[in-house]
Design a protein around this ligand. Structure first.
Ligand SMILES: NC(=O)c1ccc[n+]([C@@H]2O[C@H](COP(=O)([O-])OP(=O)(O)OC[C@H]3O[C@@H](n4cnc5c(N)ncnc54)[C@H](O)[C@@H]3O)[C@@H](O)[C@H]2O)c1
Length: 267
């Protein structure tokens, strides 16, 4: 298939997890892909495994100079970028009252300042290519909230606001901007916050147990569906879509299933 034939994409945080799955899917669909990540070994290995359609560049999304290098690398390797997936992200889980301000700032830098810098950095090159599509990876935690995520949730809500401003401003340059709001992602992100005895993928099963549709799916399939939503927004199939949020959450943010109301079905 070739739903992304001719597209040149930059995927941040593409060394592993959601970004890696997205990079593989993009290449399968005919795109050229630059994987930007601070994880040099894993990022280079992922790009090498994908083959000639992919290239790795070290990118720290919090650093404007690093973004400049990434755009130059992309133009030199494949041509002007027509897709940017701001996927790199950091998680922190701690009670709100205990969060170190430095940790709060670090999450803000990676999850919100990074996409801001990326969108600024890519705009001229993308416009020169005739326009394109930017996909910012937010979260269900950008549509709702959970205890323990005081440093993370505000960055994901903020990213949705930034997306809308960017969509309104960049539309005249032929650039669409949307957010994807997944319920889950790569197991690596939450690993350090889960006891060693528990497989991070099992924590996803817990999540599935409380989503309204009671869908129980293996983790890898969730990541596949997130990558597919990103693919749709990157492709010309979504030319009318901009400035909007696209949850991939199996109904997580739809509401609550109440046992004593009509329409309840036991698991
Ligand atoms: N894992 C989840 O449960 C979950 C749920 C909802 C949304 N998300 C979001 O999905 C996106 C992808 O996360 P994931 O689940 O694949 O987790 P992940 O930890 O596997 O991947 C995140 C990637 O971002 C990279 N990264 C971190 N800081 C960076 C920086 N300064 N510069 C460049 N790259 C950097 C990491 O090295 C890593 O490769 C994130 O934005 C995350 O917030 C994740």
């Amino acid at each position: 298939m070739s739903r992304l034939e001719g597209k040149i994409a930059i995927i941040t945080g593409g060394a592993r997890g959601t970004g890696e799955q997205t990079a593989r899917l993009f290449a399968d669909e005919g795109a050229k892909v630059v994987i930007g990540d601070v994880l040099e070994e894993e990022g280079a290995a992922t790009a090498a495994d994908i083959g000639e359609a992919a290239s790795f560049v070290r990118l720290d999304v919090t650093d404007p100079e690093s973004w400049k290098d990434c755009i130059e690398h992309t133009v030199a390797t494949f041509g002007a970028p027509t897709v940017l997936v701001n996927n790199a992200g950091l998680l922190h889980m701690e009670a709100f009252v205990d969060i170190d301000p430095a940790k709060y700032e670090q999450l803000w830098r990676v999850n919100l300042f990074g996409p801001f810098l990326g969108m600024q950095a890519v705009t001229d090159a993308m416009q020169s290519a005739g326009g394109g599509s930017i996909i910012n990876v937010s979260s269900v935690d950008g549509l709702s909230a959970k205890n323990g995520l005081g440093a993370y949730v505000p960055t994901k809500w903020g990213l949705r606001g930034l997306t809308r401003v960017a969509a309104l401003e960049l539309g005249q340059r032929g650039i669409r901007v949307n957010t994807v709001c997944p319920e889950a992602g790569g197991p690596g992100m939450r690993k350090e916050f889960i006891p060693d005895s528990i497989d991070p993928m099992d924590t996803l099963s817990f999540t599935h147990g409380v989503i309204p549709q009671n869908q129980k799916r293996p983790g890898i399939e969730i990541i596949r569906d997130i990558a597919r939503m990103i693919l749709f927004l990157a492709s010309d199939e979504s030319l009318s879509c901009t400035g909007a949020d696209y949850p991939v959450d199996a109904g997580w943010t739809a509401g609550h299933r109440l046992k004593f109301n009509p329409g309840y079905k036991a698991d």
